[in-house]
Ligand binder design. Structure first.
Ligand SMILES: Nc1ncnc2c1ncn2[C@@H]1O[C@H](COP(=O)(O)OP(=O)(O)O)[C@@H](O)[C@H]1O
Ligand SMILES: N[C@@H](CCC(=O)OP(=O)(O)O)C(=O)O
Length: 381
């Protein structure tokens, strides 16, 4: 046995002990090649999740499939393009999705709970904390939360877009130990195996390794994200310390075998420093209200020295925002370097661009917090 394989085995044995699992099941897998939900498979996964719970683990399920099931129920052959049709299909299909899981978990005497989230729910601090408390309460009660995006009310601008991202943000929310992304491929390959017959599977690596991002392509017609969003999800999940496994959901007894520590799929390990809860919430903002453009000195202070962002280092302000909202910090080349909770509104911020701290009082009068973004509220990306 090679040394690398021994290393994989050791990592998997350790993972199998992890307490709180978020398991995401994608559309490509759930939907019987577009012919509605694959109920037989759903029952098999539920049996394995029930066994996981009986062994003392906690499980949160993130499941796609509402649009695909809605299309089947409505007799539609192709995924509609129009948003309101997608939303209608999701509303019809979510009924079937929840019904399928509820009856399968009931066979094992487990209660389930439906949680439908939008991006807005997680970007508002109060709603985020509410969602977190509810999910944790459900887990304490032994209930299996089943999460999906609230497709009926989201628009393109405010959606997570794919359930891989949602799965990662849920992993952050519940401080999961492990995120399992079940999909239609056995794992992440060096290139999309549907178009590259010679591609080989990656067994293990660091979530932040840019090589994986380069390998990952888009998805099929039912799923939305493809591998690209799965690799990104692994980097998001890593912020709260969760490792991610991308694995084939059609492999026999896949969840059970992961629980036994078998080397399956691709393990992307959390290698970045775990962020405190408040910073995870800031980092989880996919859309921000505005941008601050930082000069090179400020980028260095924030990125390499862990310092607060001061108005003197801000070269420009874009967009409209209020004090306390999350803004993006860009370098002068327009690349995202950080996100943070800003201490000034966009109107105030424009007035104090490039202003030294001691002169703020001359521009704005009394200033309680002189930093543009305090380091405790700043996440370097
Ligand atoms: N490097 C890669 N390795 C494996 N699959 C890839 C890769 N790049 C793109 N893909 C595609 O991603 C698809 C899975 O993503 P997707 O269709 O969104 O599934 P899901 O609904 O499970 O999220 C695979 O069917 C595959 O064709
Ligand atoms: N919320 C949507 C799923 C979004 C989606 O397709 O996600 P994925 O299968 O992860 O690419 C649904 O339930 O149909």
């Amino acid at each position: 046995m090679s040394e690398a394989w021994q290393e994989y085995q050791a990592a998997r044995a350790q993972l199998a002990q992890r307490h709180r699992w978020v398991i995401k099941i994608g559309s490509a897998l759930l939907t019987n090649d577009g012919r509605g939900l694959d109920r037989e498979r759903i029952a098999q996964w539920v049996n394995q999740m029930a066994a996981l719970k009986q062994a003392g683990h906690e499980v949160v399920l993130v499941s796609s499939g509402s649009v695909a099931e809605g299309m089947k129920r409505l007799g539609w052959q192709r995924r509609p393009e129009q948003l309101h049709q997608l939303q209608a299909a999701a509303a019809v299909g979510q009924m079937g999705l929840i019904q399928a899981y509820e009856s399968a978990f009931a066979e094992h005497q487990f209660h389930t709970a439906q949680i439908l989230l939008t991006h807005d729910d997680l970007s508002d601090r109060r709603r985020y904390l509410n969602a977190r408390t509810t999910l944790r309460t459900l887990l304490d009660m032994g209930v299996v939360p089943i999460v999906n995006e609230n497709d009926t009310v989201v628009t393109d601008e405010i959606c997570f877009g794919d359930n891989d991202t949602l799965g990662a943000l849920v992993a952050n929310l519940v401080e999961a130990d492990l995120l399992v992304l079940l999909t239609d491929q056995d794992g992440l390959y060096t290139a999309d195996p549907r178009t590259h017959a010679d591609a080989t599977m990656v067994h293990q690596g660091a979530a932040s390794d840019p090589a994986f991002k380069a390998m990952a392509g888009g998805g099929g017609s039912l799923g939305r994200g493809g591998m690209a969003t799965k690799v990104r999800a692994a980097t998001l999940a890593a912020r709260s310390g969760a490792d991610t496994i991308i694995v084939g959901g059609r492999l026999p007894a896949v969840i059970e075998r992961l629980r036994q520590g078998e080397v399956l799929g691709t393990l992307l390990q959390a290698d970045a420093e775990k962020l405190v809860a408040r910073k995870q919430w800031i980092a989880g903002h996919l859309q921000t209200c505005g941008e601050l453009v930082l000069d090179a000195g400020a980028v260095n202070a924030v990125q390499s020295q862990g310092r607060s962002l001061l108005p003197i280092g801000v070269a420009a302000v874009q967009g409209q925002f209020e004090r306390g909202q999350v803004v993006a910090c860009l370098n002068e080349q327009g690349q995202l370097v950080a996100k943070g909770l800003v201490n000034f509104s966009s109107d105030e911020a424009r007035l104090i661009v490039r202003t030294p701290t001691r002169e703020l009082v001359n521009v704005l009068g009394v200033v309680s917090d002189p930093e543009m973004i305090h380091r405790d509220n700043l996440v370097v990306l």
